[in-house]
Ligand binder design. Structure first.
Ligand code: 2P0
Length: 415
């Protein structure tokens, strides 16, 4: 728990990445980050992908400070400030209600934060979701505040509210102007569907052309398809997706996941000027998945794409060995000694020539840089080991905190 040798209290927590199967795209309120439609995601396991955040508070600190991935950044970012303000407001309320007044914490004391990801930025995964979820969870533990925190994480980054829970999570868009009802809720825990597997196919390490925040703003301003989607399509799809998950119906879950990803990218094309997130490799992966499913006459594998060209594949445990072999066949690895598949291991099998002949695509060497294999996982966690704090008792970044965390994690994720 919190540590208060000398005067500093230090807390470290971790939070997960999530991948939406019903996409969030578009805000009705930019400042409060209120969406135009509800969305639903799967929380990924933190053994493979997580953010680690340490928060320290002390009367000796002169100002609030933050280090992200080893580099000090400005603390005055409005979204960061929103999260600080809201957590401190809850702490003040808790103190004035006198429910569990904190003996140690003076709310005027300054806070130092350090945060690192255990996955390479090159993976192109939205790190803001895990990052803001981890910040809010860690600050809440530091100040000893509990309860509904997803509405605070939402004010850091919309998708961050879904990373406040494990398993299958919906973000209910809410109706109020203040956003108190725009919150995340767990639909089912990570244990609900133990066979579900997720592969992240990293196809490009380039920075995305249009960031999500700016991209969705232009879409809201210009795309009639997005408006139609938000008002007429997503409400039904949310119900349908919750049913697929509760019945563990992979074929329906996979089909709806692919359709929703395609519709999100259609709204990007309907944006003016249009936004292109999928590249040629993304499109080849889409074709491959459809050909593979056609071979079996069953939806065994599903893709989804966010605001970038990397694919996320959902499938079931018993399909994974074969599908990864299919990927290796059509995207022969050029990985220079690095493992092609990192993360959760599975047995390797040899491939039947019938499948590759039936798919009939030209192989594209190096098209996929590497794959991260994972499964659904739990929500944010408190780290009960002071050795893992990223900040020392002096409130400064430990010399090893960035590099050692990154290298030990990459060892752990290799197979
Ligand atoms: C999602 N994405 O539902 C969708 C699908 C990208 C495509 O949430 O402006 O980084 O911080 O609220 O949360 C990306 O949007 O945007 C996103 P902000 P965020 O996962």
């Amino acid at each position: 728990m919190a540590e208060d040798r000398s005067d500093a209290i230090i807390v470290t927590c971790t939070a997960p990445v999530n991948i939406a199967v019903i996409k969030y795209w578009g805000k009705r309120d930019e400042e409060l980050i209120l969406p135009i439609n509800s969305s639903l995601s799967v929380t990924l396991h933190q053994d493979q992908l997580k953010t680690i955040t340490t928060a320290a508070i002390s009367r000796d600190f002169k100002e609030d400070r933050i280090w992200l991935n080893g580099k000090e950044e400005k603390i005055d970012h409005p979204r960061l400030q929103s999260c600080f303000r809201e957590i401190r407001r809850l702490a003040r309320k808790r103190n004035s209600d006198n429910k569990a007044p904190s003996l140690h914490l003076n709310l005027s004391h300054k806070v130092h934060i350090a945060s690192v990801n255990n996955f390479p930025t090159a993976a192109g995964l939205a790190s803001s979701a895990a990052g803001y979820a981890c910040l809010v969870y860690t600050l809440a533990k530091l100040y000893g505040v509990e309860g509904e925190l997803s509405a605070i994480a939402r004010q850091g980054s919309g998708s961050a509210c879904r990373s406040m829970y494990g398993g299958f999570v919906q973000w209910i868009m809410g109706k109020s102007a203040e956003g108190m009802d725009s919150i995340a809720q767990q639909v089912a825990p990570e244990t609900h569907w133990p066979e579900l597997r997720i592969l992240i196919l990293v196809v490009s390490s380039e920075k995305k052309s249009v960031g999500s925040t700016a991209g969705m703003q232009t879409s809201v301003e210009t795309s009639l398809l997005l408006k139609y989607r938000a008002e007429r399509i997503v409400p039904e799809r949310m119900k349908e997706m919750i049913d697929c998950i509760s019945q563990r119906d992979f074929a329906k879950f996979g089909e709806l996941t692919m359709k929703d990803s395609n519709q999100f990218h259609a709204t990007c094309l309907d944006t003016f000027p249009p936004i292109f997130y999928l590249n040629d490799i993304s499109k080849r992966i889409i074709t491959l998945v459809h050909q593979y499913n056609a071979y079996y006459r069953e939806t065994k594998v599903a893709y989804t794409f966010d605001a970038g060209p990397n694919a996320v594949i959902y499938t079931l445990e018993h399909n994974i060995s074969e599908f990864v072999e299919v990927l290796k066949y059509f995207f022969p690895p050029e990985c220079n000694g690095e493992p092609f598949v990192k993360g959760l291991s599975f047995e390797s099998i040899s491939l039947s020539g019938n499948i590759t002949a039936s798919i009939g695509m030209e192989p594209c060497p190096g098209g996929i840089q590497y794959i991260i294999s994972t499964k659904p996982g739990p929500g944010p966690q408190l780290v009960n080991n002071a050795d893992l704090h990223l900040l020392g008792l002096d409130g400064l970044l430990k010399k090893t905190s960035y590099t050692s965390s990154s290298s030990s994690e990459s060892e752990r994720t290799s197979v």
